[in-house]
Design a protein around this ligand. Structure first.
Ligand code: GLC
Length: 741
């Protein structure tokens, strides 16, 4: 539809129809009769039959047949036959589930993530969806926060690259194109920094920390053209995000130039009352609309107040029209006025969902996301051979729930378990597969998850599992121990104060280590954990996160060396939860500690080191690489000329391998203190044994910019250090001067 036609349509709408376009309800409200909704969930929301008939979008329902039926029925009864928008959390896959986002960031391969998002978009579009509530661009330094699994970690450059990649994958050039959906960058803003790591808690960020770190991911997603942004639940500097004018009008719409649809998070507008900001729903509606929040997700706040607020002259109809037009423009951008069903097709669903090519991509992405944290005595790779006694022992040996708590459209049945994959390769007569222990401690699930559908074991059953496991471990040449968090221990509303594996699993590990030292621990987790004891008892530790549908195949591929582990940590694994929040790009302080020093009056702990157990950017492979000292093509950088930093990378091992070289810069002194180092680039390089290659990075003035003391963003002349290394704690820097011309 032409813009003029859209504006004419807007002019024809009643106030109720306009307000309706800004209301989003659950899709299942449209799969049953209105009466049942009004007396049920709709009643609690104070919804009227008209609110339901006029709502502009729905969430949480998918499937070509279902959505085509809902759209047809809805448009027939709508006074102006305006199509509904269909939205869903397709976070890391629709039916083919790819590794969770933090795992994808560990690939340090945004191109891979773009492919995964594109595949997810095809499946989502065929299933009738128009918008996905993804990517999550929240930067996270706190492993206690459950949604760290949905993030791309602690570094603004990595978060930016992977947010951009997801937007491009989901939307392509245009979200209205076949097989594409509109991306929604979330949660604006700062949601990943809740005080004490506790879900939905207050966020306190200085302007510098907010702008130099936390804002970068959203900025990248908006620059990539995301059609939607979602508000966050948290307050920022004392004001809930959904009613925070500075955040939404000045920064989001003003500085970042976002002119798409801004949707609230689930009930976030209504929750500004609980926050102690809006005194009632009427004020909440006014406050949010004045901030340019265009859609109220799943409450009756907009539905029950906007039309009346205009009639009373409290808000202008122009303000209402501004939001309504943005929603109509998104529907138009998706082509819904011409084709309200877009790509919905049962035939395409049957062809695309879980198709072989998507499964193959999921397997490749998963293998690339794994991070080899320890590999003593080259315990890995395992060369399966006839007669070799191997024991797979642990709750994840044959567990299909390996797709994360944000794979809500996915299913576990299609998942490949480790056991299923191993049976394709390992000698059946000499390989055992045992559960070894429950995945959770007794009684944990009912309390933590507030649901009791997790199988509970009697003490006798647990003892029997343990005895069987120890007996098998005693006989085995190698024990592979797939342990990990329960998938509900990370994700939304899953903050944890401790970062340990369940005690019942640690008991298994200790018991097995009594009789066998050749232990390979395979770790499923949605977050960094405290792995000191796991590492102590294991010859090798492989972090596999929640790897998705093809997890089992990918894990066996890496365990047996068919694929090399090339993942690098996108987030620090702390020595203990006491260090959290922790990140590599911290400030030096006035008393930086020297771990080998004797002066106690330094920035340090009495009882643990400052360094994480496994640092940002770290990861091992199956070969060895040497990196030469950094060379610069000249000693000075100016705003008119770039500088090139070069190293020579050599594969000194016995097999082809891939290294991820990382470029770090440090601004040694500036008008505000600057991080000890910041990632500014990374490159994955694959070399054959003995092969060597020059690898260079261009350094430009833009990389040096930050929020200066005077409140402007820019660079400052002075001394800089540059590293090109295999991780944030490796390599030696060289210096250069930056001078303005
Ligand atoms: C949830 C999440 C948000 C999600 C939305 C819709 O509470 O915070 O990320 O997109 O509700 O499911």
């Amino acid at each position: 539809m032409e813009q003029k036609q859209l504006e004419n349509l807007l002019g024809e709408l009643s106030l109720e129809e306009k307000a309706g376009q800004l209301v989003q309800l659950m899709g299942n409200f449209y799969e049953t009769d209105v009466e049942a909704v009004l007396t049920g969930p709709g009643k609690n929301l104070g919804l009227t039959e008209e609110n339901i008939r006029l709502a502009g979008s729905i969430l949480g329902t998918y499937g070509a047949k279902t959505l085509k039926k809902i759209q047809k029925n809805y448009m027939e009864q709508h006074p102006h036959h305006i199509p509904l928008l269909f939205m869903m959390d397709v976070i890391h896959g629709m039916k083919t589930i790819f590794p969770m986002p933090l795992a994808q960031a560990a690939t340090f391969e945004p191109e891979m993530t773009e492919k995964c998002a594109a595949a997810a978009a095809k499946e989502a579009a065929a299933s009738g969806l128009h918008v996905t509530f993804s990517p999550m661009a929240d930067l996270v330094r706190d492993a206690r926060w459950g949604r760290v699994m949905e993030s791309c970690g602690e570094d603004p450059y990595v978060v930016g690259k992977f947010t951009e990649a997801q937007v491009k994958g989901f939307q392509g050039e245009e979200p209205g194109a076949p097989g594409k959906v509109c991306a929604c960058v979330k949660h604006f803003a700062g949601y990943g920094a809740p005080v004490a790591g506790r879900e939905y808690n207050t966020v306190e960020l200085s302007e510098h920390t907010f702008r130099d770190f936390y804002l970068k991911g959203y900025e990248a997603g908006i620059k990539a053209g995301a059609g939607m942004v979602m508000t966050s639940f948290n307050t920022l500097n004392g004001i809930p995000a959904s009613v925070n004018k500075k955040l939404m009008r000045d920064i989001l719409r003003g500085e970042l130039g976002f002119d798409g649809v801004l949707i609230s998070d689930f009930a976030a507008i209504q929750e500004t009352i609980a926050h102690g900001y809006s005194e009632n729903e009427e004020k909440a509606a006014q406050n949010a609309l004045e901030c340019g929040v265009d859609i109220d997700m799943m409450t009756g706040v907009y539905a029950g107040n906007l039309a009346e607020l205009v009639r009373k002259g409290v808000i202008s109809e122009e303000l209402l029209d501004e939001s309504v037009l943005r929603v109509l423009e998104l529907k138009n951008r998706l082509g819904l006025f011409e084709n309200p069903y877009k790509d919905a097709s049962e035939n395409e669903e049957a062809k695309l969902l879980l198709c072989e090519s998507h499964r193959a991509l999921a397997r490749e992405a998963a293998a690339k996301s794994f991070v080899l944290l320890k590999n003593e005595g080259n315990a890995l790779p395992i060369k399966p051979k006839k007669g070799q006694k191997v024991a797979f022992i642990g709750p994840y040996v044959d567990r299909k729930a390996i797709i994360s708590s944000w794979a809500i459209t996915g299913d576990t049945d299609p998942c490949v378990t480790i056991q299923e994959a191993a049976k394709e390769i390992f000698d059946a007569s000499n390989t055992v597969y045992l559960e070894g222990c429950p995945i959770l401690d007794h009684g944990y699930a009912a309390h933590a998850f507030r649901r009791d559908d997790e199988k509970e074991y009697t003490p006798e059953e647990e003892e029997a599992l343990l005895r069987e496991a120890v007996a098998a471990a005693k006989e085995a040449e190698i024990v592979i121990l797939p342990l990990g968090e329960h998938f509900l221990q990370s994700g939304e509303a899953a903050s944890r104060a401790m970062l340990d594996l369940p005690e019942v699993q640690m008991r298994l590990l200790r018991a097995v280590s009594e009789v066998n030292h050749n232990i390979v621990t395979v770790l499923f987790s949605g977050r960094p954990l405290d792995l000191r004891e796991v590492s102590r008892y294991s010859a090798a530790v492989l972090e596999v996160w929640f790897p998705g549908t093809e997890g089992g195949h990918a894990i066996v591929d890496v365990l047996t060396g068919r694929t090399e582990p090339t993942g690098r940590l996108p987030i620090s694994f702390p020595y203990s939860v006491g260090q959290v929040p922790i990140s590599y790009n911290a400030y030096a302080t006035g008393r930086p500690d020297d771990p080998n020093g004797t002066d106690k009056f330094k920035s340090r702990y009495l009882d643990i080191p400052n360094e994480p157990l496994y640092p940002f950017g770290y990861g091992l492979g199956y070969t060895k690489f040497e990196v030469s000292p950094v060379r610069l093509d000249c000693g000075q950088l100016t705003n008119a000329a770039r500088l090139k930093a070069i190293v020579t990378l050599k594969n000194t091992g016995a097999r082809t391998g891939t290294e991820t070289l990382q470029l770090y810069l440090q601004d040694v002194s500036a008008s505000v203190v600057r991080p000890v180092k910041e990632l500014k680039g990374f490159k994955k390089v694959t070399l054959a044994p003995g092969e060597e290659q020059e690898v260079s990075f261009e350094i430009c003035e833009e990389m040096l910019r930050f929020l200066r003391a005077d409140g402007t963003v820019g660079s400052e002349p002075g001394k800089f250090r540059v590293w090109i290394a295999k991780g944030s704690t490796q390599g030696a820097p060289v210096e250069f001067l930056y001078q303005e011309r």
